[in-house]
Design a binder for this molecule. Structure first.
Ligand code: IPM
Ligand code: MG
Length: 358
């Protein structure tokens, strides 16, 4: 019997309504090729469109529907452009990560063969703690850790807990075991001695149970230099929320383009595919956007489903999706950000065709 999955689809804003359907088409093609039962897609309102239809960017009905699906695809959002009071609220992606405790933000940066990488050969994964750290807008149970006691004073709290570091460190070490068997801990323990010092020491404690995995660590500032010079030498990088957000943009660009940088946000029971990039409102609606990051995020989601359900067909579908993207690029089809001239739709058609041919 083959498992059949129900997946949520949240288009989001800007280029979201272009790249998310592109990823859906690629998943459908990969599922068909792998003999996986067709995905049951459930489209759910989110973002600017939901403010119009439901009076809020993240309707409660959407969150309830997400409880009932296996996993979902989230497009980028342009929450900085929302009308007040929505702009001042926690952004949609932060809201969803928090609600479902999606503590592991897994962000690979892998240079494409024939792609325009700043550091060719880059093939690393940033394992970003996704629930606390220095992002004070999402790290508290109620209220927020960022506040203004007077109009001229702003305060943000950083939070690191042993429990949260233990679970993200385990993700990193387990992942490293399936790859290059090396974990790099990124922190700033010479300045933020207590918070990032705890992050570093708990990661090292967890790492002691993985004697087959080599460990090293760097301060976040030094790490930016090491990545620019030799990103291809790193394997798995584990770090707190804000450092991981910043480093993953850098790593994505070093590997070729932020437009190809995928991610999933996962707990032990739920996962959300989400490109690492933003909503690119300047090119929205013009059929120019690069759907690769959203497609590769969806491939990661298929692999996450495969591991959770011990489903070799879902694993095969994820591999076929990634291979289809790589084949299209190798054949010289790419969008403008990668130096090509293909539209979003033309690139998507090339990926779907490549998956069908394989
Ligand atoms: C990311 C983004 C988000 C974050 C934004 C869109 C809220 O930068 O996921 O990389 O701050 O985490
Ligand atoms: Mg970011």
């Amino acid at each position: 019997m083959t498992t059949s999955y129900a997946l949520g689809v949240l288009h989001g804003d800007g280029i979201g309504p272009e790249i998310v359907p592109a990823a859906v088409a690629a998943v459908d093609a990969a599922a068909l090729a792998a003999g996986l039962a067709p995905v049951e897609w459930r489209e759910l309102p989110l973002g600017l469109a939901a403010i119009g239809s439901h009076g809020t960017a993240v309707p409660e009905s959407t969150l309830e529907a997400l409880e009932a699906v296996d996993a979902w695809l989230l497009g980028p959002h342009d929450s900085a452009a929302y009308p007040e009071p929505h702009r001042s609220l926690l952004n949609p992606s932060g809201t969803i990560r928090k609600r479902f405790d999606l503590f592991a933000n897994i962000r690979p940066a892998k240079a494409f063969e024939g792609g325009d990488a700043v550091v060719p050969g880059t093939d690393l994964v940033i394992v970003r703690e996704n629930t606390q750290g220095f992002y004070a807008d999402r790290s508290t149970y109620a209220g927020t850790g960022e506040f203004m006691p007077t109009p001229d004073t702003a305060i943000a709290m950083g939070i690191i807990t042993r429990q949260a570091v233990e679970r993200i460190a385990r993700e990193a070490f387990e992942l490293a075991r399936t790859r290059g068997k090396r974990v790099t801990i990124v922190h700033k323990a010479n300045v933020l001695k207590l918070t990032t010092g705890l992050f570093k020491s708990v990661c090292l404690e967890v790492g002691a149970a993985y004697p087959d995995v080599a460990v090293d660590d760097f301060h976040i500032d030094a790490m930016t230099v090491h990545l620019v010079r030799r990103a291809h030498e790193f394997d798995v990088i584990v770090t707190e929320n804000m450092f991981g957000d910043i480093l993953s943009d850098l790593a994505g660009e070093l590997a070729g383009s932020l437009g190809i940088a995928p991610s999933i946000n996962a707990s032990d029971t739920k996962a959300m595919a989400q490109a690492a990039h933003g909503s690119a409102p300047d090119i929205a609606g013009r059929d120019l956007a690069n759907p690769i990051a959203m497609m590769l995020s969806s491939a990661m989601l298929l692999r996450w489903l495969a591991a959770k359900h011990e489903d070799p067909r879902a694993l095969d579908a994820g591999d076929r999706l990634e291979a289809g993207v790589e084949a299209a690029v190798r054949e010289g089809v790419s969008t403008a950000d990668m130096g090509g001239s293909a539209s979003t739709t033309a690139f998507t058609a090339a990926v779907v065709a490549a998956i069908g041919r394989a």
